[in-house]
Design a protein around this ligand. Structure first.
Ligand SMILES: [Zn+2]
Length: 234
């Protein structure tokens, strides 16, 4: 769906009016951005989704974020990581860091959790209408991974979306509460694929379809000296 500029402006006006100024309406950098703020969800004392066997959300989200970061830099985009190691950063700190980067977009990487173990799939969230197309592209790209369930693109009032000055998208890369997706998340090769799909969506959105060049996969393995990347967890 292609929205006209005037309908976006009307929507922004409506959002501003009904929120009474409680939310920042993003500046539209969706077609000009040269910087991507890559946000690995959780960290430090905040583990995010947790499972008895295998790494918690904060660990796998960081690994995917580092891989996305590397791929975007290889595609000549400037990047800023909200965290590059296992440290707790409050949500407002993440938003503030993102808002400091002029002409940027913000992409937050997470894994999901549900009470029912059967729930599975990838989801993408946005708040500003300027982030809708990027959210859609990331969701569509991730859904091309074999066996991946497309759970759709949704609006949400998450703080990293709502208070972002620039277009901001939150990606849920699968459910750690689902046995198959948790197994995938624990696999470095699969995390590399997730990162590839996310980076491709961002680069092609900015520069045009087919511009993204897939670099040889970097697969950290246990004991392999994988830099800041994590091995597979088996
Ligand atoms: Zn999360």
């Amino acid at each position: 769906m292609k929205r006209s500029t005037s309908s976006i402006a009307a929507l922004c006006l409506a959002v501003t009016f009904f929120c009474g100024g409680c939310a920042t309406v993003a500046t539209n950098t969706s077609h000009t951005f040269d910087t991507v703020v890559v946000d690995a969800g959780h960290g430090g004392k905040d583990s995010g989704a947790w499972r008895r066997h295998g790494p918690p959300e904060k660990v796998v989200a960081l690994d995917v974020a580092l891989r996305v970061d590397r791929k975007l830099r290889e595609s000549q985009l400037h990047t800023v990581l909200t965290r590059a190691n296992d440290v707790f950063i409050p949500l407002d700190g993440r938003v503030a860091l993102g808002n400091e980067q002029k002409n940027s977009i913000f992409v937050s990487i997470h894994f999901n959790d549900a009470r029912r173990r059967g729930v599975e799939g990838v989801e993408t969230y946005y708040y500003s209408p300027y982030a809708f197309e990027l959210a859609t592209r990331i969701e569509r790209n991730l859904s091309t991974l074999p066996g991946t369930v497309n759970r759709g693109v949704h609006t949400a009032r998450f703080r990293v979306l709502r208070n972002a000055q620039y277009p901001s998208v939150l990606v849920e890369c699968g459910y750690l509460s689902n046995r198959a997706e948790a197994r995938d998340a624990a696999d470095a090769e699969y995390r590399e694929k997730l990162a590839d799909k996310i980076a491709e969506a961002i680069v092609d959105y900015r520069y045009g379809d087919g511009v993204y060049q897939r670099q040889p996969a970097f697969l950290a393995r246990a004991g392999g000296g994988g830099g800041s990347f994590l091995p597979s967890f088996r």
